[in-house]
Design a protein around this ligand. Structure first.
Ligand code: KG4
Ligand code: ZN
Length: 321
């Protein structure tokens, strides 16, 4: 289940304190709604999976405390989940591959490009509990690049889906933005943000209505640049690791330009492509449950001492940090 957080739109981004208060307000009603929708009672639950991190501490604390209370009162195991691992494991939710002529689930080891509002990572996934980060962003995440660019264009938060929509009617080659010059498998998006800012300022001096007059082309060109950067790194990682099982995950994998580009790159490179259904790309509870299922099978339960963690590494168990 996903509770819509209108509050973020009103403030043009996520304000940590408001996000945490909104979690508090929504957590009980959304759990009731989820149980009703699944036509089960809480007594029928086998375990409680919750997001331990990474993310905003205030929001994580709400979920962690609530999950602990629920597992204690129902006397069922507690499963602490890593948010980015859950994005990746969303691929194993009932045949969630969007690409029809491809296998339903990725085979291990597979490469996953995980692109969200807070992270951009190239991950080698060896098993449901073994993840190797091959590259990640040195500054802004891909989703942040979309959101910040859209803010500069005067669009509401979150801008990623809007840029995607407006880009459909624009020319991706109308404007050219520089690519970051990072040699290894890491990413950097802060330079792109600055170059878009200067580009807009310069053109608005000559034409105050520059953004309005070119909105579709601007969105298409920005999206094209971000997607190209992502795909080039993905190709590099696939070559380096010699892996042909290629997956996308995270909120930005909902982007239609990225989805198309990875299919094209897949045909060119003879990859098997895995793209989750839209509802499993952006944050959702099903992916947390899926990650919980794998931990449950291993009996890898959390103790009541477990704490929320704003920064937490991939693949390490709760006792390790
Ligand atoms: O994974 P997610 O739902 O939350 C985090 O874990 O951050 O990702 C949210 C990010 C936001 O930056 C949002 O703008 C971006 O995903 N996003 C998109 C699209 N849908 C969501 N970016 C580009 N195109 C989209 N269609
Ligand atoms: Zn996420």
């Amino acid at each position: 289940m996903v509770a819509s957080q209108e509050v973020h739109r009103r403030f043009g981004g996520v304000v940590p304190e408001l996000a945490s208060r909104s979690h508090q307000a929504h957590i009980i009603p959304i759990i009731h709604e989820a149980l009703n929708k699944a036509k089960i009672t809480k007594k029928m639950l086998n375990a409680i999976a919750f997001t331990r991190g990474p993310g905003l501490l205030g929001s994580l604390l709400v979920g962690t405390s609530f999950a602990k209370g629920l597992s204690e009162s129902l006397q069922i195991p507690l499963l602490d989940i890593h948010h980015m691992q859950a994005h990746i494991l969303a691929h194993f939710i009932e045949n969630s591959n969007e690409i029809n002529d491809m296998p339903p689930y990725p085979a291990f080891p597979f490469l996953c490009l995980t692109v969200s509002g807070g992270h951009t990572q190239l991950v080698k996934v060896n098993s449901p509990d073994s993840f190797e980060i091959l590259g990640e962003t040195l500054d802004d995440a891909a989703g942040e690049a979309f959101d910040k660019a859209s803010k500069m264009l005067g669009l509401p938060y979150p801008g990623g889906p809007l840029i995607d929509k407006l880009a459909q009617e624009g020319n991706p080659n109308a404007f050219v933005f520089p690519h970051p010059q990072i040699q290894n498998l890491d990413f950097s998006f802060s330079g792109l943000k600055t170059s878009i800012l200067y580009f807009l300022q310069k053109n608005q001096k000559a034409n105050p209505k520059f953004i309005e007059d070119n909105l579709h082309d601007l969105c298409a060109s920005i999206q094209f640049t971000i997607v190209q950067v992502l795909i080039q790194k993905l190709e590099k990682a696939a070559k380096k690791t010699n892996i042909r099982e290629i997956a996308l995950a995270g909120g930005v994998s909902a982007n239609s330009g990225l989805r198309k580009a990875v299919v094209t790159a897949g045909r060119k490179n003879n990859w098997n492509i895995y793209i989750p259904k839209l509802e499993y790309c952006t944050d959702n509870a099903a992916m947390i449950a899926m990650a919980g299922y794998f931990k449950y099978l291993k009996g890898d339960f959390a103790s009541l001492d477990v704490t929320a963690s704003a920064r937490i590494e991939m693949g390490l168990s709760n006792s390790a940090q």
